[in-house]
Design a protein around this ligand. Structure first.
Ligand code: SF4
Length: 429
């Protein structure tokens, strides 16, 4: 794609989403004054999100970097004029955007007194919960945390480190009721005793039973692969394995804890095992396996090879754009260039389509921290080919069937109990 032509971002929201990840966003004074109803600028979770949640044209949700040093040089400026937010590029082009509204339940308290936004936060339109104590790579004596990660800086700051099942259920119910969430994503880091699935299984079981929502789990790869068969039986819909780097030397260098404890091969083998579990399709309770990587910390061709490796077994790649978060060991690095990332994300879409992967099927799941594969269709000239249009049509049929079954299941679950939250009235109770 000719990037000059592609800079016509008002007509290509995927390119705008990608360019904002790579180039950041400045905010002018008028827009700053109007951000009081936004979600604020949380560090959020999983070490890749720190920015402002926006909704771009085409209903593409994003988390635009605004706090890191590189953002000060961004060609993009958020403005507020005549009652409208716009992202303006220095080349003169502009497009209307919306600010993701701050859910009113963020300011409510659980029955235990904990502020709800300290239990879970919306990432785009789904609820993300970092469910356990801080990743133990942060607490080991030799501190072997991944060098891009900010998780250990977040917990206890924006996010509470001790969350009970009762609190989690209260927040899930409230987010379902008030924000219409359809998906809950549970995330943990490393535990020396591999206890992460022990922590998550009761939470997953309770959320499935009481809400019927889609549920995902992102943890390091457990050594007992049978645990994943059990997760599927419990109704988990997504498992995700973040190996981050496909170049082995870079993996060792950037993720010293993961490298020493698990190794890249264990991530890949676990992903392969879980992807094979999904071969038997169940539209009532779908099962998707993700391999998660970061673009911008290794050669783009290596990222493309990782996408091919992941899709070859029927898993769906989750590709994050590297963000040099403040306070992390890689804060001094520049983010990747947009023009280097366009071929990577174009390949993401095309590889998923070639392998007939189930992309874009989940109801009302808009992800702000990554480019979804189906969003990357905007970057591919092949999207209008006969073969891709036929595949797209088949996906559309599956999507309708799945949405219908999901609606029926969620409606069939008894009404949610009355909300428990009470208004926040000062400091943590
Ligand atoms: S495993 Fe790495 S990326 Fe995950 S929470 Fe721990 S340090 Fe962060």
């Amino acid at each position: 794609m000719d990037l000059d032509a592609a800079r016509d971002f008002p007509h290509n929201p995927a390119l705008l989403k990608l360019a904002l990840y790579c180039e950041g966003l400045r905010i002018d004074e008028d827009a700053t004054a109007e951000l009081h109803e936004s979600r604020g600028i949380l560090r959020t979770r999983a070490g890749l999100g720190s920015g402002l949640e926006l909704v771009l044209p085409g209903n593409l949700w994003t988390n635009a970097p605004v706090a890191e040093d590189f953002c000060a040089q961004s060609p993009f400026l958020l403005t507020f004029r005549k009652g409208r937010f716009q992202v303006r590029h220095e080349n003169g082009l502009a497009t209307d955007v919306e600010i993701a509204p701050r859910p009113t339940w963020y300011d409510l308290r659980c029955s235990t007194g904990k502020q709800m936004s300290r239990v879970g936060t919306l990432q785009g339109t789904y609820l993300g919960i970092y469910a356990a104590n801080v990743c133990e790579f942060w607490t080991r004596k030799n501190r072997e945390m991944c060098k891009f990660c900010s998780v250990g800086l977040n917990l206890g700051a924006d996010d509470a480190s001790d969350k009970t099942q009762r609190e989690v259920l209260e927040v899930v119910r409230m987010a379902k009721l008030q924000s219409g969430i359809t998906y809950v994503d549970f995330n943990t880091g490393h535990h020396e005793d591999e206890g992460y699935l022990d922590v998550l299984e009761p939470l997953v079981t309770a959320v499935k039973r009481e809400t019927g929502l889609l549920v995902g789990v992102q943890t390091p790869p457990h050594s007992d692969l049978e645990r994943y068969r059990r997760l599927r039986e419990l109704g988990v819909n997504r498992v995700s394995f973040c190996f981050e780097l496909y170049d082995r030397e870079r993996f060792d260098e950037i993720c010293p804890g993961k490298s020493a404890t698990y190794g890249l091969d264990r991530y890949l083998e676990t992903m392969d095992f879980c992807a094979a579990l999904g071969k038997k399709v169940n539209m009532h309770e779908p099962w998707v396996t993700n391999g998660e990587i970061i673009a911008g910390l290794e050669d783009p061709q290596t990222t493309i090879a990782a996408i091919d490796r992941i899709t070859s077994v029927g898993a769906v790649p989750t590709v994050c754009v590297f963000r040099p978060l403040k306070g992390t060991a890689l804060a001094h690095l520049p983010p990747p260039k947009t023009e280097d990332m366009v071929p990577v994300f174009r390949h993401l879409y095309e590889a998923c389509m070639r392998h007939n992967l189930p992309i874009g099927l989940a109801p009302n799941v808009h992800v702000s921290l990554v480019m979804l594969p189906e969003e990357c269709a905007w970057l591919s000239p092949r999207r209008s080919s006969w073969s891709f249009r036929t595949k797209q049509w088949r996906l559309e049929v599956k999507k309708r069937v799945f949405h219908h079954l999901f609606d029926r299941k969620v409606r069939g679950i008894s009404q949610d109990p009355a909300p428990v939250g009470s208004a926040v009235d000062g400091g943590e109770g």
